[in-house]
Design a protein around this ligand. Structure first.
Ligand code: KIV
Ligand code: ZN
Length: 380
């Protein structure tokens, strides 16, 4: 049987950390309900200790959804842990997500802590959180720039203190896919207790590798992937949920895993997140970009009209969108004639040749060509 990968959606927490986004509690609840329809396993709703607005946001998500676990982020300090526990109190199933950095640069320059102090803080915060939520996830921030031996020690402490999910983030998006896979295996080798808990991957896109790294993590045995709709997130963003889920589905031959995501809900989720955050999706973005299923070149359009498998590996209907054949300077006669016919203009022979010549002249001057322009105002 295929291994089940948990999809941990952090659009409302790490995604909201994109500059300029401040979702209101009712907007967070609306997105969370769509994420529930999408079928994610965990909704990370925010960082309640960060602001009163985020506290309310987590509270409203906890009240709005039923099936997914609701997670809230917290540092290892009491105020954060108390705020997370209180904000999550209405959730059907709650998870406090405790994090502390483990890399030398973060421990020395940001936290001013010795490794032993980090170990002690992780232990006491996780034990405290475990008494206040249904489950605790621990993240070793900047894990990939940390000493694997130290990360393994922190993981052991976290598991002893009650964490049932351990996340090893590539916080600054530094790793290459094979390195991230090796890092996870290395830490698991040094801390075999990780086999008893859910091992999670969390990747950022600074080098454009967040999705590749997340897939490498799945291949290396990670059971949970943390990601965001449209790849929103700090700096260059987090790993994109839709790209990961669709890659796991389309390349099931390679991964042999499954998720609980209903891919038909992907387009609606992407649109809602884009509308409420104001972050426009780039047209050529994989899976959810406006051009992801648009075929412009004549050779491609001809192939698509004969058999969609010629140029399409994803059925657009599977992700809730339609294939389009936009007319432009690269389009062919076949697609042009079809577009005309769809508008009730049935052309053949010389008539088709003349209209197609006119269309190419207009297309060469740039941009998409409306059929109206080809027929010079004739009702089409
Ligand atoms: O990128 C990161 O390390 C994080 C942690 C807080 C999980 O977002
Ligand atoms: Zn992150």
């Amino acid at each position: 049987m295929a291994r089940r990968i948990q999809i941990f959606d952090t659009t409302l927490r790490d995604g909201e950390q994109s500059p300029g986004i401040a979702l209101q509690p009712d907007e967070k609840a609306e997105i969370a309900k769509q994420l529930e329809r999408l079928g994610v396993d965990v909704v990370e709703a925010g960082f309640p200790g960060a602001s009163p607005g985020d506290f309310e946001g987590v509270r409203s998500v906890a009240a709005a959804i039923e099936r997914p676990t609701v997670a809230a982020l917290a540092r290892t300090v009491r105020d954060d842990l108390d705020a997370a526990a209180e904000a999550l109190s209405g959730a059907r199933r709650s998870r406090i997500h405790v994090f502390i950095a483990t890399s030398p640069i973060h421990m020395e320059r940001k936290l001013g802590l010795e490794p032993a102090e980090v170990l002690a803080q992780a232990r006491s915060a996780i034990a405290y959180a475990a008494e206040r939520a249904d489950e605790v996830e621990f993240s070793a921030e900047d894990a990939t720039r940390s000493d694997p031996d130290f990360v393994a020690r922190v993981c052991r402490v976290a598991i002893e203190a009650g964490a049932t999910v351990v996340n090893l983030p590539d916080t600054v998006g530094y790793e290459l896919p094979h390195q991230y896979a090796r890092f996870l295996q290395n830490v698991r080798h040094r801390c075999p207790e990780l086999r008893r808990v859910t091992l999670s991957a969390h990747c950022h896109d600074d080098l454009g590798l967040a999705v590749a790294n997340s897939l490498a993590a799945v291949h290396a045995g990670a059971d949970q992937v943390e990601c965001t709709v449209n790849g929103l997130g700090e700096r260059a963003g987090n790993a994109s949920l839709e790209e990961i889920v669709v890659a796991l589905k389309i390349r099931a031959d390679h991964f042999d895993v499954e998720t609980g995501v209903d891919t038909a809900q992907i387009a609606a989720s992407s649109r809602l997140v884009s509308d409420l955050t104001g972050y426009v999706v780039q047209p050529n973005k994989a899976v959810v970009g406006a051009n992801a299923f648009a075929h412009e070149a004549g050779i491609h359009q001809d192939g698509m009209l004969k058999d969609a498998r010629t140029y399409q590996i994803i059925d657009p209907g599977d992700v809730g969108v339609r294939m389009t054949l936009p007319l432009g300077k690269h389009s062919g006669r076949h697609a042009f004639a079809r577009a005309c016919a769809e508008r009730g203009i049935h052309l053949q022979g010389d008539e088709l040749n003349a209209a197609f010549r006119r269309f190419k002249e207009l297309a060469d001057s740039g941009g998409a060509v409306p059929l109206e322009a080809v027929f010079e105002g004739a009702p089409v």
